[in-house]
Design a protein around this ligand. Structure first.
Ligand code: SF4
Ligand code: SF4
Length: 452
C-alpha cells in the first residue's frame, strides 16, 4: 500500500505542432509514434492484462533484489510497471482519456521516452521473480519488455546493449571475435586436450558437415573462459559424441532479446538455424547461457513464426542423459570441495530447466549443497537482463548482487556452479567485492573434472 499513495500523478500532453514550433527535431515525433505503435499493439494482446491489472498492493516489493538493495519508490516493481501502464491508460481507457491526472495517466513525450531506459534497462533485470509472488500472476517482465521494445523502436536502447546487438549482426558474434581467433583458440585448446588426456584423437571440430550435434557457445568461452569449451570437448569425446561448432554462427547469446529489438533477435536466430541446416546436423545443443537458452529455445520459434526443423536442448540436459545412461562414468571424489548451485533466471524460472543440473551435481560433486531460496524462487545475481553490458549501472548491479553473495556465504561452499556465462561474470565480481573466496565453474567443467 505504501506505493499506492506515493505514485506521482502527472500529465504532460504531447503536442507535435507545438513541439515543432519550438524547434523540436522532426525525428522526435517519429520516435514517439514508433513507440506508440508498440504500446498500442500490446494493448491488443495479453500485455494489456499484465500492464493494467496491478493493484499496487506492494506484496511483491520485497521479492525484487534491486528494490531490496536500494529501497526507493522508483525501484518498486509496481512503480516500474506504472511507467508503462500510465501511458497505456491514457490512450486506452475512458478515464485515462478524459480525466488523465485523476487516474495517473500521462502522454508519451520525448522526455518520457528519454527517461524510460533508466527504468526498463537500469532498474530491472527482467528476472521474473516478482511474478512468482504476485497475487494476480502479473508478469512484470512482460511489461518491462514492452518498454524495451518501445525504446528499441524509438532509438533509446543504451549504447552498451545496442553495440552488442550491432556486433552480432555485423560479425556473427556479440564480441566481434574474428574467425581466425576462433580457429586458433580451437587449435590450441585441442593441443592442450591432447597433452592433458594423452589421447591424440581428441579435438574441437569446426565446420564439419554431417555431425549429429551443432554446439553453440558463448563468445566469452573463446575470449575469457576457454576452459569450459575445452571441458565440453573432453566430455563429448568421452561420450563418443558426433559434434561440431560453426566458425560463422556459433554464438548462443542474443542481445536482441535484451534490447527489445525483435527484428534483430529474429535475424540472429534465423542465421543459426540456417547454419545448422547447412551443416546437416540432427540437433542443436546450447552451451551454458541463461538468456541464450530462453531466447533460442522458447522465443526463437515465435520470432521466426514457425517451429524449428530440428530439436534444440541445453548441454545440461545432454550431460544429464550421458550420466544417467552410463555413457560417461564420473567419480564425485574428484570434486571434493563443497559446491553450491546458482540458478540463472532465464534457464530455470523462465526456461524450465531446473533438475538436470541438480542430478548432475549430486553425481559429480562429493558435497553439493543448495542455496536458499532456489529453483523458480531463486534471486537474480544482479547481472541479468543485459545489465552486465551497462557500465552506467555498475554500482547498482553490484549492490543488488549482495543478496546472492549472502546466500553463497551461508552455504559455506568453495565452488559456485552456474550454467550461465553471464551469471558467472557477475558471480566472479561478487566473489571479489564481497570477499567470498569462491571459485565459479560451469557445470560442464565439474563434469569434465569428474570423468572416471
Ligand atoms: S522482474 Fe526482477 S528485477 Fe524486475 S522488478 Fe521484478 S523482481 Fe525486480
Ligand atoms: S505486481 Fe502484483 S503483487 Fe506486485 S504490486 Fe502489482 S498486483 Fe501487487
Amino acid at each position: 500500500m505504501r506505493y499506492l499513495f506515493s505514485v506521482a500523478r502527472k500529465t504532460d500532453q504531447y503536442d507535435a505542432k507545438k513541439a515543432e514550433a519550438q524547434g523540436e527535431a522532426p525525428t522526435a515525433e517519429r520516435d514517439v509514434n514508433a513507440a506508440l505503435d508498440i504500446l498500442d499493439a500490446s494493448a491488443r494482446g495479453l500485455g494489456a492484462f499484465h500492464i493494467n491489472a496491478c493493484l499496487r498492493c506492494g506484496i511483491c516489493n520485497d521479492t525484487c533484489h534491486i528494490y531490496l538493495a536500494e529501497p526507493q519508490t522508483a525501484n518498486l516493481p509496481a512503480a516500474k510497471a506504472a511507467v508503462i501502464s500510465s501511458l497505456l491508460r491514457r490512450r486506452h481507457t475512458f478515464l485515462g482519456r478524459h480525466l488523465p491526472s485523476f487516474v495517473g495517466a500521462r502522454d508519451l513525450t520525448t522526455n518520457v521516452l528519454d527517461e524510460m531506459p533508466e527504468t526498463v534497462f537500469g532498474r530491472c533485470t527482467a528476472c521474473g521473480r516478482c511474478a512468482v509472488h504476485c497475487v494476480l500472476g502479473i508478469d512484470l517482465r512482460e511489461i518491462i519488455r514492452i518498454g524495451r521494445q518501445m525504446c528499441a523502436a524509438a532509438g533509446r536502447v543504451p549504447d552498451g546493449i545496442q553495440r552488442t546487438v550491432a556486433n552480432q549482426l555485423e560479425t556473427g558474434n556479440q564480441m566481434a571475435i574474428p574467425r581466425d581467433e576462433l580457429l586458433s583458440t580451437a587449435q590450441w585448446l585441442t593441443d592442450d586436450l591432447k597433452l592433458e588426456t594423452g589421447d591424440d584423437s581428441i579435438r574441437i571440430p569446426v565446420d564439419e558437415f554431417g555431425k549429429r550435434v551443432l554446439y553453440l557457445i558463448n563468445p566469452r568461452e573463446v575470449k575469457f573462459f576457454p576452459l569450459s569449451l575445452m571441458a565440453a570437448a573432453g566430455v563429448f569425446h568421452a561420450a563418443g559424441e558426433s559434434w561440431t561448432i560453426s566458425s560463422k554462427f556459433y554464438d548462443i547469446t542474443n542481445y536482441g532479446f535484451f534490447s527489445g529489438d525483435d527484428t534483430a533477435a529474429a535475424e540472429i536466430t534465423r542465421r543459426v538455424v540456417a547454419e545448422a541446416e547447412a551443416l546437416g546436423v540432427e540437433e542443436i545443443v546450447l552451451s551454458e547461457c541463461g538468456h541464450g537458452y530462453r531466447a533460442f529455445r522458447w522465443e526463437g520459434p515465435r520470432w521466426l513464426g514457425k517451429p524449428y526443423p530440428l530439436p534444440v536442448r541445453s548441454v545440461i540436459e545432454l550431460l544429464d542423459k550421458y550420466i544417467e545412461s552410463g555413457r560417461i562414468k564420473v567419480d564425485p571424489r574428484k570434486n571434493a570441495e563443497r559446491v553450491t548451485l546458482h540458478d540463472p533466471c532465464n534457464l530455470v524460472r523462465l526456461g524450465g530447466v531446473s533438475e538436470p543440473q541438480r542430478r548432475i551435481l549430486a553425481r559429480v560433486a562429493a558435497d553439493f549443497v543448495e542455496m536458499t531460496p532456489n529453483r523458480e524462487d531463486n534471486f537474480c545475481c544482479g547481472g541479468g537482463g543485459g545489465m552486465l553490458a551497462l557500465s552506467e549501472y555498475g554500482d547498482r548491479r553490484v549492490a543488488s548482487g549482495k543478496i546472492k553473495a549472502d546466500q553463497i556465504r551461508a552455504t559455506g561452499a568453495k565452488i559456485v556452479a552456474t550454467p550461465c556465462h553471464n551469471c558467472a561474470d557477475q558471480l566472479l565480481e561478487l566473489s571479489k567485492r564481497y570477499k567470498l573466496g569462491t571459485e565459479i565453474q560451469a557445470i560442464v567443467e565439474l563434469v569434465y573434472n569428474a570423468l572416471a
